[in-house]
Design a protein around this ligand. Structure first.
Ligand SMILES: NCc1[nH]cc(CCC(=O)O)c1CC(=O)O
Length: 309
């Protein structure tokens, strides 16, 4: 089985873990990891990513390889899969792996004594290109200068270490998967849709791939992701709008979805939440998304593009 993924250190680490799990779950199966560079990997400038439109910049070339049969399965961070355009025809989520940490953290320079954003001096530069992180942090820390930082996790940490920033904001799970330990502060902000979830896509009707890939599926995570992505699709949300959403288990086999849409300066926030039986995850996402739109979210989503997740 050929498993395609991005060539970044994080993507390759994830792919090695998933390849091992596939081989373990299916005796005799050999998995070959195929790194595929995407337009998102090649265009590292902020303007470039806006020009690419966000619509699947980190998935497009991998999608094509899967549809064309060059690979049999594709590994993605659910967070990187666009929500404003459908997934390609003939491609299905073969497995949603068990969700891991969804949290965002601020990472500080290796020899800094500061361990909290609140303790940074006025005007200190904090790197994040995520409009969701920016919108939620800029109001809370008005003294700090939030500035875009693109590139993979390793590139962002290198920019921190050479002093370009006093802190960078990253996903905690990314560092965990890479085995990187750094002094950090956990941030109490609403997570990204799909945060901490890995998805293995395959071609619909590929029976050879369906069984080994399906063995990795975690049903509660699949339902959580279904609610979050139904919300994103109702909002036609893209990575240039600050949208946050997180579903988690509620009592009696239920699912609770909390979501918010922000203006890019973080001054306006529209939030909504709901609870439903887990079996109706998509309806829950549609209902909560509909509520956000009824409260005026569309106006915030149509705001001019800023940067990316
Ligand atoms: N924006 C890129 C990206 N996409 C997914 C993750 C983290 C891994 C995950 O959520 O599965 C990251 C790194 C980050 O945001 O720091």
């Amino acid at each position: 089985m050929r498993l395609g993924t991005r060539p970044s250190a994080l993507a390759m680490t994830q792919a090695r873990t998933v390849a091992q799990e596939l081989e373990r779950s299916h005796g005799g199966l050999r998995v070959e990891i195929v790194p595929i560079s995407t337009s998102g990997d090649r265009h590292q400038g902020i303007g470039d990513l806006v020009a690419l439109g966000g619509k699947g910049a980190f998935a497009k070339e991998i999608d094509r390889a899967l549809v064309d049969g060059e690979i049999d399965a594709a590994l993605h961070c659910a967070k990187d899969l666009p929500g404003d355009v459908p997934r390609p025809d003939g491609v299905v989520f073969g497995a949603c792996l068990e969700g891991q940490d969804t949290g965002d953290i601020a990472v500080f320079g290796a020899d800094a004594d500061v361990r909290n954003l609140a303790d940074l001096e006025a005007g200190a530069r904090v790197g994040t290109s995520s409009v969701r992180r920016h919108a939620q942090l800029v109001q809370r820390f008005p003294r700090l200068r939030f500035e875009p930082v693109r590139g993979n996790v390793d590139t962002r940490l290198a920019k921190l270490d050479r002093g370009d920033f006093a802190a960078v904001v990253l996903a905690r799970v990314g560092l965990q998967r890479l085995g990187i330990e750094r002094s950090h502060e956990r941030l109490d902000i609403v997570p990204a849709i799909g945060a901490g979830v890995l998805v293995v896509e395959r071609r619909a009707g590929d029976d050879a791939a369906a069984e080994p890939v399906g063995a990795l599926d975690h049903a509660p995570t699949r339902r959580r992701l279904a609610a979050e992505r139904a919300l994103l699709s109702v909002l036609r949300g893209h990575c240039h709008t600050p949208i946050a959403g997180h579903a988690r288990p509620a009592d009696d086999d239920g699912l609770e979805l909390r979501a918010a849409v922000f203006s890019s300066d973080g001054r306006r926030m529209i939030s909504a939440s709901g609870v439903a039986p887990a079996s109706r995850a998509e309806e829950l996402g549609e209902t909560v998304g509909g509520e956000l739109i009824a409260k005026g979210a569309r106006e915030l989503i149509e705001e001019p593009a800023a940067s990316s997740e």
